[in-house]
Ligand binder design. Sequence first.
Ligand SMILES: Cc1cc2nc3c(=O)[nH]c(=O)nc-3n(C[C@H](O)[C@H](O)[C@H](O)COP(=O)(O)O)c2cc1C
Length: 154
Amino acid sequence: MKNVWVINNSKYGNSEKLSNDIAAGLKDKFNVKVGGIKTINPEEIAGDNPEALIIGGRIIAMNTDRKMTKFVKGLGTYFEEQIPKIATFYTHSASWKERFSKGMKKALEKSTCIGDFCQDILEVTIQGQKGPAAEGQEEKIQNYIKLLLEYLEE
Ligand SMILES: Cc1cc2nc3c(=O)[nH]c(=O)nc-3n(C[C@H](O)[C@H](O)[C@H](O)COP(=O)(O)O)c2cc1C
């Protein structure tokens, strides 16, 4: 089975839970690992030659968490070849705006190891800063997992 990594920088656990939900949805078809960027070393990801990297971004001050965008920009140093497929998801508490993902998009453009990236994203509304997820998010999450499976198996 091909390797897939799902990464997050969760503070209150919502992005981490979402990472685990996504991993559970993919695990029959892929060898999936989940990691928080505070503890995983990019070398560990590169060493697995992942087919895909799924990146979770918290929205902080109306943009993607800078710690995550910095991590993404720096990934190129560790990869000799591009990661074939990239997908992104976001957690936020205000109503979703396209511009929240601007920082992530820029980071993906700047990183030298990014292959194709999935145009569809998942954005999950969190109640307040700490969560849990607002009502009605579950269906969106399950639809995204289905879509991800199609994208990864293309
Ligand atoms: C300092 C700070 C600033 C935030 N700014 C925003 C914001 O501008 N827009 C928004 O929708 N959510 C904002 N949030 C809510 C975060 O998106 C939310 O805490 C995060 O997605 C939860 O993810 P986690 O449980 O994985 O840490 C902010 C949270 C914090 C702590």
